[in-house]
Design a protein around this ligand. Sequence first.
Ligand code: BES
Ligand code: ZN
Length: 982
Amino acid sequence: MQSLTHRRRRGAPSAVDMEERSLIDEGDTILNKKAVYEPSNSQRCRQLVCSRSWAVTILIVMGLFLVLIAIIASFARPQTLPCTPLNTVTEAVTTPTPKAPTYIATNGKEFPWKDIRLPKSIIPESYNILMHPNISQSTFKGRVIIKVRATAPADFVVFHIKELNITHFDVTSLKDGEPIHTMEYLEYKESQQFYIKLGRSLEVDEEAEVTVKFEALLVNKLVGFYKSSYTTSSGEKRDIATTHFEPTDARAAFPCFDEPELKANFTLNIVRDKQHISLFNMPLKKTEQYENTGLLLDYYDTSVKMSTYLVAFVVCDFANISKTTSDGVKVSVYAPRELISQAHFALDGAVSVLEYYNSFFGVKYPLPKQDLIAIPDFAAGAMENWGLITYRMTAILYDPKVSSLGNKQWVATVVAHELAHQWFGNLVTMEWWDDLWLNEGFASYVEYIGADQINPDFHMHDQFVTEDLLSAMYLDSMSNSHPIHVPVDNPDEINEIFDRISYSKGGSVLRMLRNILGQSKFKAGLTHYLTIHKYNNAHTDDLWSALQDANPNLHVDIKAVMDTWTKQMGYPVVTVKQTGTLLSLTQGRFLLNAAHTNDAVPSSDYKYKWYIPLTLVTSADNETHQLTWMNMSSAETTVPPNIKWIKANSGMNGFYRVNYDTANWQHLIKQLMDNHKVFTAADRAGLIDDAFNLARAGLVSQKIALDLTLYLEKEVEYVPWKAALDNLAYIEDRIIYKEVFTSFKAYMLKLISNRLAALQWTDSGSHLEMFLQSNILSWAVKLGHQPSIDKGKQLFKQWVQDHASISPDLKNVVYMTGVKYGTEEDWKACWKVYEETNVPSEKQKMLVAMSYSTDTRLLNQYLGFSLNKSKVRSQDTERVITSIAANPSGQLLAWRFVQQNWDIFSDRYKEGSFGMSHLIKGVASHFSTQFDYDEVHNFFATRDAGSGTRAVKQSLEKIQMNIDWLEKNEGEVTDWLNQHSS
Ligand code: BES
Ligand code: ZN
């Protein structure tokens, strides 16, 4: 079932997917994924420059070699494939092997450059781009003049294009201004590359201009240069043109050297209609008439040196509001005129965060302006284009009268996240996508600091534990996880790592390091890193050495410690055993389903051992956090005599779990019952989450985990409740169709009864109290608590019939109740609001609410709407389907719908972004039977899931874990629930 509360990452979370955080809006999405690294098939032949005859010889030899390999392979292959049982993770899934590259260009000739990475012999220095979109005709044409420089003698140039039709190109030397004869050109679509053979070699350091003219379609596809639209209140449809380039779609807008390390200066001139404005990363310089066409040509200032994926331009008819920071940076928010009144919160937040980051990072934001713009059709939540950040509507617009605190926090978080990238990502960029975590991990940690700055009442730092740490730990305890640093080659693989590991584990290990070093040393290191690498690129090691060098007296070898966290997947469980005053500490890799993991797990250079900063508090003194380093090994420490309990990983600052002997668990349970406040909220959440996960892994009994929840009757804080409810929802999902579900419901209602009595449908309370109220009420309603259902239905009815307003923070639960326990008319009332409201967060709430219906006909119809672009924007398709899949009444319908329409999805999502993996995990991972496992397995065995390949493996692993959970735990959990239900 879906929780209605404020997941900061997208929506529709069920505990099954609690690791998933989406990259989409309102406090409920999921950034999902991933899995084991598999070496790419694309061959890496890093040739630099070679003479023609050599090239021919090499080609012939390679050709012969390939033929030979094929012959050997055909003889060596066993005639019948060994039969492996279907249900082992070992075998995971037999996704079709990607096709070996053919290197046949579009004209049938052999493509000479055989590497997915570009040669570095001729590199770009600047781009002068002329863009001419024709929005009504859905086309654009353009011309780019790329100034390049040879770093080695080279007689060919290779750059990227994607779905562009090249109409002209020429090359001119800047040494003598003479044209350079071009002998041959070839396009190889598989690598999205264009090759031009020059009549002569460029000398080292010789500069040249490559001019290319091109044409393409401007369609609504959410990547590259694309068309988006919105409708005004008078029903007029307005089209705009906008861009989204990260990671590899700048090449779909203009020919370019589309790799993050090939930074250059960009200048844009763009043609537009009179009724439009245009925007670029930099400020507008001047506007002129465009060739007597009645059109205008906007000229922009040249950008700082930056990567192609950060370039952005928009043509639209939006209004804007602006303010200037204390450092003189002009900050503006752009949105459709009728929505601009919802932009004030984002504008004020952006100004305050920008000012704060200037001092926090110790390096000034270098551009004269920062625009934030709401884009009606947008795949992700937001994109950090330098100086022109693009947002999904729900991630930037906030109407205090209509939107909830969850929506508000989401806007603050996304604003803080994207602004953090202006330093981490834009100023200093990862050299290649294998270090993506340097961008996303950083922004995922720093966004908490920024959002806290916007409003300390959000208690962002408390929320880190449940929103990022625990969900990253969940994903990373699967055998199909992957290390933070992961080799990637092609666009699918690159898209795949925009996941919880890069984001949340990345953020969590930085937070751990920040706590090892302390704030001032950490900040000094960051400032040093940004200063020495600005306008340049960096590797993970550069970060470690900057932190080390900025703190010469440090006794910690940062690289040695951090390598164990970033270069191997997974994380440790520390087992604490007490003998008198002596504690023995041992470490081992934590896996949720060790029984099914076995040989498939790749070996690790660090042998799955970590440098662990093991902190602990005891009943004797819970203020002093004792630190013991476990240096890829066991360790010992002492505690005062006669203590009652030990709690390790205090503050949940470390990325590890802790197990204790049974006696200590029992003392912890007793302490929680007697006075839970001796532990911080983060520690309470951590104890609960550790216990449930250790139980799932078979390392403690289910009884211990369940006993830990008994104290919750007295718990009033959101963070521990959130951890508990996510874990209890996992159990709920497993037993929902079993007899014991009655006992589960009774136990849950007992647990939440005090909160229910206290939090009665009001809109007063602190930020986290409101989160808790919404969560508890949603549980009450889904558990069938009649007074709550009646109240929800009553408020819903007043809203439908008398247009009575609902407190923004109760909307989720009221809409859910109205739809779940309502009629077709009620569903239609939501659909009407969905279509008519001009508040994006409200539209979003409707979209999710409608998925709660138990009427399968309505759900089926809604699934159909999700693919109808005139009803549901394609940015929201995945959300509708995964929300329906999280509803027990819709689970099978959604899975069937995805299978039936697979070709449409695979076409839509081949462009990347998170869509594919979210969709797969959303519909395929809730199952708990062997039959369903086989069905999912068989479906994907013959299909290429593209950027969702790892999501398939992880979904299968999850189903397997669900099956095993029932097999191992159903009896014990049933007994416990039956005993505690009254
Ligand atoms: N750089 C990403 C946007 C992105 C995501 C580009 C995936 C390409 C593929 C951006 O900084 C981001 O992470 N946005 C998040 C919001 C954030 C608060 C987690 C998103 O889009 O949800
Ligand atoms: Zn980001």
